[in-house]
Design a protein around this ligand. Structure first.
Ligand code: COA
Length: 567
């Protein structure tokens, strides 16, 4: 079937849907919802059988839904309507929530229902529930709706009929006055819930050191107490604010009036103000890196916010990694975080730096140091275990390990080019030919599209896919890693690894790969072509795209080709 994904952006849900529908052998193309004319143009060019809207910020124009079947993915249960579905579900402590696929009509979110799937809610941020439970349910619901659409018997249910029994209802946009934290009254659980239901967007408006900011990335601060509403401690990136019955860490902050009006670590934005604050020791602090060890296996968790890795975070992770290699274990598993394994260098920190070029240089070198340490490890088998998505440099950093395992729902974006034609480093020029082969390496670097785990497995970017519920992923990883560590053959494998590393080094030194990659990166950072700096600015400030990139808009590519042929 020919399916047009009409979407505000190519976000994580849209990427998963794109991969899944292609895997189901549909012809899928993407058009950003920029205005009525471009959407209509895409339809004229592609002549879709079906239009699916996974993520829209405005209603589909009458002229389109009146002439085509348009299915909207709504992140809410049957009957739920409005732009803040998940926010309300979190704040109202709903035990279950859902995704509904409904047909576009004259009233927003009120069309006939084609499919609906419910899931259990989890204590997590809105963004995390969206990327996981909502996305998985959305893919299933769209697949169901497509099956219904293919069959002639199915009649979608009118919402009015469903409303008689449905729990969902029309709810307004959640305003900041609903989100606002009353520090003198709200207990820790309520504070966390309020922040999580606005994380990643729009954040909760709050005050820090007398400045109005939006706050994100909240965690319970065990053992800390103080006067409710006051900032009482710092730890790494985060500031700690006391509540009536405890305290919370706030890791990230956005100050809309600041000249860097995007999300930054709290202690970076308030560097001066927090100088004299109590610096909490690691055991009671905001922990970004955590090491655990069982049955001869060391596990390094690094749930960096949004998967972005700054210079300092890379250095801290390198230190933790080096420390892990000194332990008397046989396997090290690099666990990343629950939502992201890594998204490469920290573009927000770079944008906020005095010299973004210098900071980019420092950041990529710190990434390379980490990648190199992993590649050079011969004392342990190293595994990258992806619970969540991975993008850009993060993919190649993961590939530095001996094996890469991923949960079945992981989406990989193994490309840098969208960031202003960034050349990339992390020793990818060594790693891709080694693990994927020359042909696949070329394919990977030329494509600018997200990839599902099956394709990544075929291409050699992954070595194993772990099926099943995401909640069980860590347990499966632990049992696989333990089994690996217990194998009698592990000493021979380690010996072989050392021999192979020496051979590779003799053929071409790692330092030569690094030098070549960094020479190209230097041009990206310091050269005449400002593309990388422009692309980074647009990314960090979330500048809306004014057209769909041709890599996504397959219909436009095809049209171009045909036009050229005709000329
Ligand atoms: N640095 C800083 N922030 C980053 C980041 C990075 N490298 N990668 C992602 N983020 C942030 C996004 O700004 C967004 O922030 P928000 O919470 O304010 O909305 C959040 O992480 C989620 O990213 P988003 O783009 O919405 O996720 P996605 O799943 O739709 O897309 C990627 C995933 C990886 C394709 C996309 O985030 C991306 O292109 N990131 C940049 C990767 C890159 O070029 N890194 C530098 C080269 S190594």
């Amino acid at each position: 079937m020919r399916i047009l994904l009409l979407t505000h952006a190519f976000n994580s849900l849209t990427q998963r849907l794109f991969v899944a529908l292609q895997q189901d052998k549909h012809e899928v193309t993407i058009e950003f919802d920029i205005n009525d004319e471009t959407a209509q143009e895409a339809i004229d060019l592609f002549q879709p059988d079906l239009i699916v809207a996974p993520y829209l910020k405005r209603a589909i124009p009458d002229s389109i839904w009146q002439n085509h079947t348009c299915l909207i993915v709504h992140p809410g249960i049957v009957g739920d309507r409005g732009p803040s579905s998940l926010d309300w579900a979190i704040i109202n402590r709903e035990k279950t929530w859902g995704v509904t696929v409904l047909q576009a009509n004259a009233e927003m979110d009120a069309g006939d229902i084609w499919a609906s799937i419910e899931f259990e809610m989890r204590d997590a941020t809105k963004a995390s529930i969206y990327r996981n439970e909502v996305t998985t349910a959305a893919v299933q619901a769209v697949q169901q709706a497509i099956e219904h659409f293919k069959g002639s018997e199915f009649k979608p249910s009118p919402l009015k009929q469903k409303l008689l029994s449905a729990k969902g209802k029309l709810r307004p946009l959640m305003a900041q006055n609903v989100r606002r934290i009353n520090w003198q009254k709200d207990d820790t659980e309520t504070v966390l819930r309020k922040i999580r239901c606005a994380d990643g967007f729009p954040g909760v408006r709050d005050e820090l050191f007398g400045r109005e900011v939006l706050i994100y990335d909240a965690h319970i601060a065990e053992g800390l107490r103080g006067k409710a509403g006051e900032v009482i401690a710092k730890s790494g990136l985060a500031l700690c604010k006391a509540t009536v019955d405890g305290a919370v860490w706030v890791g990230h902050v956005k100050d809309k009036s600041h000249h860097h009006a995007f999300k930054l670590p709290a202690t970076v934005l308030f560097k001066e103000q927090c100088k004299d604050l109590y610096d909490a020791p690691t055991c009671e602090g905001y922990q970004e890196i955590r090491y655990e060890e069982t049955h001869d296996v060391g596990y390094l968790h690094f749930p960096f916010y949004n998967g972005a890795m700054s210079t300092k975070q890379c250095q801290d992770l390198l230190a933790a990694y080096q420390d892990a290699t000194q332990h008397n274990t046989k396997v090290i598993v690099l666990m990343g975080g629950a939502d992201f394994w890594s998204n490469g260098i920290h573009l927000n920190m770079i944008e906020a730096a005095k010299s973004p070029a210098d900071e980019s240089w420092a950041n990529i070198n710190a990434m390379d140091d980490l990648s190199e340490a992993i590649i050079r490890t011969t004392s342990h088998i190293v595994i990258s275990a992806m619970q969540g998505n991975v993008g850009a440099g993060g993919v190649f950093l993961a590939r530095a390990a001996d094996e890469v395992w991923a949960h079945e729902h992981v989406i990989l974006n193994p490309h840098y080019k969208d960031m202003g034609n960034l050349y990339g480093s992390e020793y990818w020029t060594y790693l891709l030919p080694k693990y994927c082969g020359e042909d696949h390496a070329k394919r990977i670097t030329q494509a600018r599209l997200p990839m599902g785990v099956n394709e990544a497995l075929d291409l050699g970017l992954l070595d194993a896919v772990i099926q099943g519920e995401k909640a069980g992923f860590i347990e499966v990883v632990k049992s696989k890693a333990t089994a690996l560590a217990q194998q009698d053959s592990i000493y021979a494998t380690l010996q072989q690894k050392e021999v192979q590393r020496d051979q590779d080094e003799a053929e071409k030194a790692l330092s030569a790969y690094r030098e070549e990659e960094l020479r190209r990166m230097k041009k990206n950072f310091y050269g005449f072509d400002p593309s990388y700096h422009v692309a980074r600015y647009n990314f960090v400030y979330k500048v809306c795209k004014s057209r769909t990139p041709l890599t996504l808009a397959g219909h436009r590519n095809k049209a171009r080709r045909e036009m050229r042929r005709a000329a």
